[in-house]
Design a protein around this ligand. Sequence first.
Ligand code: TYM
Length: 333
Amino acid sequence: MSKKIFSGVQPTGNLHLGNYLGAIKNFVNLQKEKENICIYCVVDLHAITIKQDPEILKKNIRETTAVFLASGLDPKKSIIFNQSMVSSHAEGAWILGCVARMGWLNRMTQFKEKAGKDKEKASVGLYIYPILMASDILLYDATHVPVGEDQKQHLELTRDIAQKFNSDFNAPNFLIEPEPLIQQNFSRIMSLKDGKKKMSKSDPSDQSRINLTDNKDQIVNKIKKAKTDSGILPDNDSDLQKRPELNNLYGIFSSIQDQNLDLTIDEFKGKNFSDFKNSLSDALVEKIYPISLEINKLLKDERYIDEILLSGASKAEKIASKKVNDIKKKIGF
Ligand code: TYM
């Protein structure tokens, strides 16, 4: 059955293995199913919820686009654009913000994590950010949204907003409630330094993540230094589950190799840690390093990237502005 796919990635630099395995790899797989309509957005309006240097933001918008392309997204098959070029996203967010309830936003765990201890100093944008995300999704009538585990709660909020809008304006099924597409396993890639902490672009330690722009040596070094424990390699899943760092590395290996965890456990039981780490480095170098090379190549041609974003924005604008107009009619404007 044909799916309408929408997803977004923030251009905040340091895109990493978590972004790739949790989301972008899935974007590419969904694009392979010919009947799907795929729309992928560089969500620059989301990025400015935290202060950005204008020159670095500009660079990161291009870099995130290059990551999409280098990972296998094809502008002939998918719409690729950046959010700020389609003003309907912000317009939709205002209207949906009048539908969403404060209580719903107050429950968002990502805001609590990102705002930290001093919530009073967080931007208002950071607080209302999930409403903009709902606007992104609902303006395209997306049926499915591929994301990592950390975005699940925002997807639930999007569904609540769609339901309330439809019920407030007596418009059954007008806004489509999207389904999250979260990889069953490996939907949360953890830090290489702490198996209980998410791999994140904002982690001050570069050793905690594999960046998609890392070179061979950096990949090999980071895996060599990745935290493990002192036990022997596990021969069953319940042992592995008790060991967060190793569980994460086994998850990364399985996901990269497209194989299930049991197979990975079987492959390495009775072997040494160094055997496993060598295989993991090899697998990452084989799959991630070509992406890194391609990103660097693409970044040399800024015009090409800008053209893709411009042409994607013009396609996205047609869809999104029509939906915003329909929304306006429903609410009496
Ligand atoms: P962002 O930019 O933080 O992350 C982009 C995607 O990467 C996934 N991800 C991870 N997956 C597994 N393990 C990790 N350690 C990891 N870190 C990040 C995220 O789940 C995400 O899928 N709010 C979104 C962007 C957004 C969006 C949207 C997504 C804006 N509008 C509409 C979908 C639909 C965000 O900040 O993702």
